[in-house]
Design a protein around this ligand. Structure first.
Ligand code: D41
Length: 687
């Protein structure tokens, strides 16, 4: 081994440890990841060639070692105390703590306020990290405070924990205490990976942290993305102790330990309350879970004066926030029907106080989510409510499942018909949602269906907007679109803010809408996946409504661009007696359109031709031109390409016209377009 290899290895270790610190502790890397990887691989190669160069603090030594039989006990040289938890609500907790401290210190009312260090209470697992001459030699869990377990192998895999302290002459012994935790983004990422690979997801970040540290196989622990924040020290020999706790944390940070920046030094109890409230407000935007804040008397001298009782220091207290996760029982699973007809499963819960409110329902999203959680009626579940986010079931406690086991929950089995309107429900190919087929008829979908029906590109009832639809439905004047055609001035006059004049306007708009086209009518029905273009294709193909209503899936798939999903949706829609009824009522109510003989597959005059419209035409709007081209079988595209057959240019045509000229695409004015449309128009009807 040459002298320079040893020197190079030492330099690489030093550099890698430094960059690790910049990256994980300061969150401020100096070099790109690729450069770090290059240095890392160089060290790996050197160590492989010269195994005697491998040092305990080498960054290549984080993962390694074999699965353990069990964890060896570790006696803590300085006991790991526990922390008193103030359960009092609101500000009282902080004031009680301050009053106790002042009493113990025999301070008088006119003595100055006590100085406190405030920090976060991380929701993870407390560990003790022992550094001897700056090198991490042992990591142990807290255990009962006297004796913990040796988890050195697993803790070494935590990237943000330095394997060597950043000091020229490190203390002979320094024990750093803190909390191992899993950040929320890392938790989500890890769980997503687990789900993709068919593995078991973690229930929550806390369990993730605790479970990983207590994993006997360090290779598994290494794959769990853990982090660490220091909150204090244990044994310290040959270390110049500062005067305050906040300075201890500052010094730990300088030594390369991760210390949370979310801390404050305050005077007196008002300062504690302020910190508590500030963190409480920001709790949900922090990238990790906390279960409260911790207040500590800042002066180490006062700390030792105060001492401790029954393993709890008198100088510290934890002020908890309301828990964001709680255990409860699913009493039943029901469904809610949304405005789009989707059936959303909802867990009815035994009421539980979580995230600051009493929760008795939690959404289960859809059948896929029920399957993923495998949640069943009677199950004990963990419910989470963070901030104002709607409560969610995050996990099932399987060993508390009632015996005999309840069946797996299948929405389609339990709710074969819509609980709101009694229409059939179905799950379409490739869709997560199960939907009510009641469409126009289902009260849950009524307002949505009416708004769509009346919209400009459907039946086009001018002035029938959201506010009016709300009132018409809420007052029971309109249930289905067919009811619109039975409205009279007398009924409308009772509506709020509905002057006689606007009532007359609405009635006129409804009257005008009686004469429509088959395509608009089909579109207005709001059949799933039947948009405007499909509606036009269907109208052209079938010519009349009866043919469409009678068509089976095979017949429907003869229509251009209609595939199995769309065909299935149409068949289901018209199979629903409620929908047929509304259609009949609409026809009886005087809605009409011109019909023609079925056209079958016969293409229109412009079939296969692609048009692009640009500029303002003198005699028709862009939408009208589009309708007429499509009615003749042509397609209208948004941009000019080599595939464009014609560009129809009006006044102030811009770049599209220019492009057409460049590509040599035929350019038409309105008159030329009408010329192309004319043979199609003869004897044909407007769709
Ligand atoms: O963040 C924490 N979970 C945290 C835990 C903290 N910020 N400070 C703590 N301080 C102490 C004392 C006052 C006893 C040194 C603690 C804990 N203890 C603690 N964690 C688990 C048991 C005790």
């Amino acid at each position: 081994m040459s002298e320079s290899s040893a020197e190079r290895a030492r330099l690489l270790r030093e550099q890698l440890n430094h960059h690790n610190y910049r990256y994980y502790v300061l969150d401020n890397p100096e070099i790109p990841d690729a450069e770090y990887d290059r240095l890392y691989r160089e060290l790996e190669a050197l160590e492989a060639a010269h195994p005697e160069l491998v040092a305990a603090d080498s960054p290549t030594r984080r993962v390694g070692g074999r699965p353990l039989e069990g964890f060896a006990p570790v006696a803590h040289r300085v006991p790991m105390l526990s922390i008193r938890t103030e359960t009092d609500i609101e500000a009282a907790g902080a004031f009680n703590f301050d009053a106790r401290v002042r009493r113990e210190l025999r301070l008088k009312d006119d003595d100055p306020p006590v100085e406190y260090a405030c920090e976060l209470k991380f929701d993870g697992l407390a560990v003790n990290l022992r550094y001897e001459l700056g090198v991490l030699v042992q990591a142990a869990t807290r255990g009962d405070g006297e004796t913990g377990e040796d988890v050195t192998q697993n803790v070494r895999t935590i990237r943000c924990i330095p394997l060597r302290l950043n000091a020229d002459s490190p203390p002979p012994v320094l024990e750093v205490r803190g909390e191992v935790y899993m950040s929320r983004p890392n938790f989500e990422r890890y769980n997503a990976q687990q789900r993709d690979s068919g593995g078991t997801p973690l229930v929550n970040p806390r369990n993730g942290a605790a479970g990983s540290i207590r994993q006997l196989d360090p290779a598994i622990a290494a794959r769990r993305p853990l982090s660490f924040y220091a909150y204090g020290i244990g044994e310290a020999a040959g270390w110049k102790m500062p005067a305050t706790h906040s300075q201890v944390l500052d010094m730990l940070r300088e030594l390369g330990m991760p210390v949370s920046g979310e801390r404050a030094v305050v005077q007196g109890p008002q300062g504690l309350v302020q910190f508590h409230d500030d963190i409480g407000r920001r709790r949900d935007s922090l990238p990790f879970d906390i279960d409260g804040v911790v207040y500590k008397v800042n002066s180490l001298e006062l700390q030792s004066k105060l001492g401790f009782v029954s393993r709890e220091p008198r100088w510290a207290v934890a002020h908890k926030f309301p828990p964001e996760e709680e255990l409860t029982v699913v009493e039943a699973i029901e469904v809610q029907v949304g405005r789009t007809g989707a059936l959303t499963p909802v867990a009815r819960l035994k009421p539980v106080f979580v995230g600051g409110v009493t929760v008795s329902n939690a959404t289960l999203h859809n059948q896929d989510e029920i399957d993923r959680l495998d949640v069943r009626e009677g199950d004990s579940v963990i419910v989470r409510r963070a901030g104002d986010v709607i409560p969610e079931v995050v996990g099932v406690v399987k060993d508390r499942r009632p015996q005999p086991e309840p069946a797996r929950f299948q929405i389609l089995q339990r709710f074969p018909v819509c609980p709101v309107c009694g229409s059939h429900v179905m799950r379409q190919l490739g869709e997560a949602a199960i939907r009510c087929t009641g469409g126009l008829y289902c009260p849950a979908q009524r307002k949505q269906a009416l708004l769509h029906f009346a919209s400009r590109r459907a039946i086009d009832i001018e002035g029938l907007g959201e506010k009016l639809v709300d009132q018409l439905v809420d007052q029971g004047l309109v249930r289905t679109p067919a009811d619109l055609y039975k409205l009279g001035v007398a009924k409308l006059a009772n509506l709020e803010r509905m002057a006689q004049k606007s009532a007359a306007n609405l009635l006129a708009a409804i009257e005008k809408s009686r004469h429509t086209t088959l395509a608009r009518f089909i579109f207005a029905l709001g059949i799933r996946n039947v948009g405007e273009t499909t509606a036009k294709d269907l109208a052209r193909h079938f010519g009349g409504l009866d043919g469409l209503m009678q068509a089976d899936e095979e017949a429907l798939m003869q229509v251009p661009d209609v595939g199995p999903v769309v065909a299935q949706g149409i068949v289901q829609f018209f199979a629903e007696p409620h929908n047929r009824e509304v259609v009949e009522q609409l026809r009886a109510g005087g809605l009409s359109w011109p019909e023609h003989a079925p056209q079958g597959k016969q293409p229109g005059a412009l079939a296969g031709k692609t048009f692009v419209l640009t500029g303002t035409l003198p005699g028709m709007t862009r939408d009208e031109a589009k309708d007429r081209i499509e009615a003749a079988g042509g397609k209208v595209a948004g941009s000019v390409s080599k595939k464009t057959d014609y560009v129809v240019a009006g006044a102030e045509a811009g770049s599209k016209l220019h492009k057409a000229q460049q590509l040599g695409v035929a350019i038409l004015d309105e008159e030329a377009l009408l010329g192309l449309l004319r043979p199609e128009a003869q004897g044909k009807l407007d769709f």
